[in-house]
Design a protein around this ligand. Structure first.
Ligand code: PLP
Length: 399
């Protein structure tokens, strides 16, 4: 039996069965559905993209996987080199893993050990944001702040190793004043907090965070698993404010295969690079640097650059703003738009009950959560398809 995610197995409805997928469409036996959530925000080029599929087939004809312990190969070398060029600043040291959660775990381990390697074992604390989501593994749940997902952690009581603050400058200043000697990092989903409720905040918070991290010698970690590759309207938020460690996942492979990267700058890398074997980073997921994942990631980045995806995202944002302009309803608390993300936050999560089926019947796959109805569409969507997604969202309130 399949144990489905985030579902009470006893009461859940039958999931829609997908038998084919192509472009922005998921196909069931009797319907074509626009995937308005890009399979959890990852399938930026749409489904069955011929060049991505070919990249995987070509690599599978050579080998699909070899371990990175004691071995290396061209796809992983080329991908790390490409990321070195593609990412801003000196974010040049790529540690690969198989999922976003694990890549965040790696970032947190790096930040902790960076200070331990310097003989500083006091800096055990993480500064994180209220409503943060960084994954479902244990340390990422602890760094996250979402009781809806992670209430199981209550069994342990409050963590002495994580402090959560709102995205407000005053709270940031106070936290640094109070905890700076014990902090190893500030971990954030920059500009857009996804699973915690599609919350958007200003870049000035990140600019001040960078200054305070510099002032107090704390590492700044950007979890761009969701925001990376254009979702906020920036290639990476790291293009605006440079972190010390950047985490990528989801769209890294165009959503074809789970893979992720924790990318460190020179300062962090050099904190591990010496003659002492105990200063090595002791981590090594079996499928890190998987050759199929690296090959498809390379092709995905090539498409992103060659087909000017940033222009596609600007177009998506402009159409979204145009279509949502003036939209309001007593049940709607706020409409938020940033780059390729639109969220309609309702007053009460009960107001979204039945919306998924409503959208399905109109040819749109949607998956509202908490009190958020949202769309994060594949960037290859046409204007007519995007308008249909947005019309469907609005129509729910106009019944
Ligand atoms: C910001 C952020 N970090 C980490 C993760 C976890 O990634 P994964 O589901 O690949 O483990 C997610 C997933 O939604 C995410 O949105």
């Amino acid at each position: 039996m399949i144990w489905y995610p985030y579902q009470q197995m006893k009461t859940m409805g039958a999931p829609y069965e997908i038998i084919d997928a192509s472009g922005v469409y998921l196909h069931t036996k009797d319907r074509a559905l626009i995937d308005s959530v890009s399979s959890w925000w990852s399938v930026i080029h749409g489904y069955k993209h011929p060049e991505l599929t070919q990249a995987i087939l070509d690599q599978a004809g050579r080998f699909s996987h070899v371990m990175l312990g004691g071995l290396t190969h061209e796809p992983v070398q080329r991908l790390s080199q490409k990321l070195e060029e593609f990412l801003p600043g000196d974010l040049n040291y790529c540690f690969f893993s198989d999922s976003g959660s694990v890549a965040v775990e790696v970032a947190l381990k790096m930040a902790l050990q960076y200070y331990m390697n310097r003989g500083d074992s006091q800096r055990t604390m993480i500064l994180a944001l209220e409503h943060a989501y960084h994954g479902d593994t244990f340390k990422t749940m602890e760094a996250g702040d979402d009781e809806d997902y992670h209430f199981v952690l209550k069994a342990y009581g409050p963590s002495p190793h994580v402090v959560h603050i709102p995205t407000e400058a005053d709270a940031l200043e106070r936290a640094f004043l109070q905890y700076h000697e014990r902090l190893n990092c500030l971990l954030v989903e920059p500009l857009l907090q996804g699973a915690g409720g599609m919350r958007m905040y200003d870049r000035s918070f990140l600019q001040r965070a960078r200054e305070l991290c510099d002032q107090y010698g704390v590492l700044l970690v950007f979890d761009e698993v969701a925001t990376g590759f254009g979702r906020t309207g920036n290639r990476f938020v790291a293009d605006l404010v440079l972190p010390d460690i950047l985490v990528l996942g989801k769209a890294l492979t165009g959503g074809y295969i789970g893979h992720a990267a924790t990318v460190a700058n020179r300062r962090v890398f050099e904190g591990f690079y010496d003659d002492d074997p105990n200063h090595a980073l002791m981590h090594g997921p079996t499928f890190m640097g998987n050759a199929l994942a690296c090959s498809v990631a390379l092709k995905s980045i090539e498409l992103f650059e060659r087909e000017d995806y940033m222009a596609k995202i600007r177009r998506i944002e402009a159409i979204t703003r145009r279509e949502m302009e003036g939209f309001s309803h007593p049940k709607v608390r706020e409409v938020r738009i940033m780059g390729g993300c639109v969220c309609v936050e309702v007053q009460d999560s009960a107001d979204l009950k039945g919306y998924q089926q409503f959208a399905y019947e109109r040819g749109v796959f949607s998956r509202p959560f908490l009190n958020c109805m949202y769309a994060m569409v594949p960037y290859v969507i046409s204007e007519a398809e995007l308008v249909k997604v947005l019309e469907t969202m609005k129509a729910w309130f106009q019944r």
